[in-house]
Design a protein around this ligand. Structure first.
Ligand code: GRF
Length: 199
């Protein structure tokens, strides 16, 4: 593989809807050499997502594609895929992107879409996983990076890390403890995925 090909295969697209702390963790990991990749584009479905400012501050191109402007989920996903392809994105990282992906999207990037979820999947998929963990009374929760397929939070697992649930935890305190690990885990999982593609 030529250097040029290797570089092209390391172009990420990051999709966000909000705060963007995982986006920031990816930006920081690239900046300090823990992750050998380039963020080609950050796309948000919300114009007011604070994460957009994190991307701008790092000099990364941003795009807002508002799902409310599209007639169907498939039309929206086609617009996302077109934008990602226009930036030669090879791997898509969902980082707090609060939209379900249709087969249109998943089939455009087969095995090349990653998501991070704040539970030890397959436990507690979907919304409010930290509250689900508290309600279930588990002593361990954690974070999972997985490959996205057409089933919600159900694709093959790339990496997981456990986090203890402590007495007196609320959903907020547990979420904060898990988030610390998410920020280390996501860059590692992206690096692992990129290395497998490059092999
Ligand atoms: C994270 O907890 C992530 O695991 C989940 O949504 C949250 C996004 O946080 N999918 P942020 O926008 O990256 O700060």
């Amino acid at each position: 593989m030529t250097d040029r090909t290797a570089r092209r295969s390391r172009r990420l697209g990051v999709l966000i809807s909000g705060r963007g702390s995982n986006l920031q963790a990816i930006i920081d990991a690239i900046a300090d050499g823990r992750l050998n990749a380039t963020i080609a584009i950050v796309i948000s479905n919300r114009a007011d997502a604070p994460g957009l400012e994190r991307a701008r501050a790092a000099g990364i191109p941003t795009q807002v594609i508002d799902h409310r402007s599209f007639k169907s989920r498939e039309d929206y996903d086609r617009a996302l895929v077109a934008e990602l392809r226009a930036h030669s994105v090879v791997v898509v990282c969902l980082a707090g992107f609060m939209r379900l992906l249709s087969p249109v999207f998943v089939e455009a990037y087969p095995d090349r879409i990653l998501n991070i979820h704040p539970s030890l999947l397959p436990d507690f998929p979907g919304l409010h996983p930290q509250q689900q963990a508290l309600d279930a009374g588990v002593a361990l929760s954690g974070a999972t990076v997985h490959i996205v397929n057409e089933d919600l939070d159900a694709g093959p697992i790339v990496l997981q890390r456990t986090v203890p649930v402590l007495p007196g935890d609320t959903a907020e305190t547990l979420a904060a403890r898990i988030l610390v690990e998410e920020h280390k885990l996501y860059p590692e999982a992206i690096q692992r995925t990129l290395d497998e593609i490059a092999d």
